[in-house]
Design a protein around this ligand. Structure first.
Ligand code: APR
Length: 233
């Protein structure tokens, strides 16, 4: 694709599936094992913080043991070799993009960060967080996972929208397009006149909005796509 200078890439759980981390809405996914209202809302945390910590402690341990796959590596290579601007945004809370060497914006928070619900101080999360954990800054027993729960405002949205409104190419990798505002990013990019490409195992809820589709497992499709983008294809 000629004339591409500014790229925005959004990733979802599908990019980490081949690293062994479960997705949310595929067969047997996380939301088939747990009710969102029990583990991923502020009310859930208020009602049963021990259950919420247990859910994220298990995912934190699994993510800590996981390795990035060829798709994470390819996006890190694109970020390093791309001569123009590139913003990599993830909905994922694992650290696999960082493990692959990429600089990434976590719009839904991250497992390896803890947040104080009283003073908003952040610090590296221990592998297991527990109820009543003390904030190292204000001393309140108000530590929580630094995860954006349903009903909360994702992080860095203004900055991401600014990049989308100026981009020439928007790519979504491994996301079902069911959760906003991320699901609406493709429309922002189209309004900006950007080319849009979806890389996924199958159609998503937003497939209709993408100009191009590359179907297959991310570990195969993303490296090939990155080669084409770097070759000016
Ligand atoms: N390669 C490419 N795509 C894949 C692969 C794979 N190996 N495996 C699964 N996928 C695709 C699925 O087809 C699906 O479209 O990844 C997507 C996973 O969708 P979800 O499980 O809904 O994950 P995601 O889109 O990241 O969810 C968005 O919802 O629950 C919230 O905060 C949570 O960040 C999450 C958000």
């Amino acid at each position: 694709m000629q004339g591409i200078e500014r790229i925005v890439i959004l990733t979802g759980a599908g990019i980490s599936a081949e690293s062994g981390l479960g997705t949310f809405r595929d067969e047997g996914g996380l939301w088939a094992q747990h009710r969102i209202e029990d583990v991923a809302t502020p009310d859930a945390f208020g009602r049963n913080p021990a259950l919420v910590h247990e859910f994220y402690n298990a995912r934190r341990r699994q993510a800590a043991d996981a390795a990035p796959n060829a798709a994470h590596a390819a996006l890190a290579r694109l970020q390093a070799d791309w001569s123009g601007e590139l913003m990599l945004v993830t909905q994922n809370v694992d650290g696999l993009h960082e493990k692959a060497g990429a600089d990434v914006i976590h719009m839904h928070g991250q497992l390896d960060s803890a947040l104080c619900a009283a003073c908003a101080y952040r610090w590296p999360a221990p592998l297991d967080m527990s109820v009543g954990e003390i904030c190292p800054s204000c001393g309140a027993p108000k530590a929580r996972p630094d995860i954006v729960w349903f009903g909360e405002m994702p992080y860095h949205v203004e900055r991401i929208l600014d990049a989308l409104q100026a981009c020439d190419l928007f790519a979504a990798v491994g996301t079902s397009g069911q959760v906003y505002p991320a699901a609406g990013f493709v429309e922002e990019a189209r309004i900006a006149g950007a080319r849009t490409v979806e890389l996924n195992l199958r159609d998503s809820d937003m497939s209709y909005a993408f100009e191009y589709h590359i179907t297959g497992p991310a570990s195969e499709t993303v490296p090939r796509w990155v080669d084409r983008v770097l070759a000016g294809g």
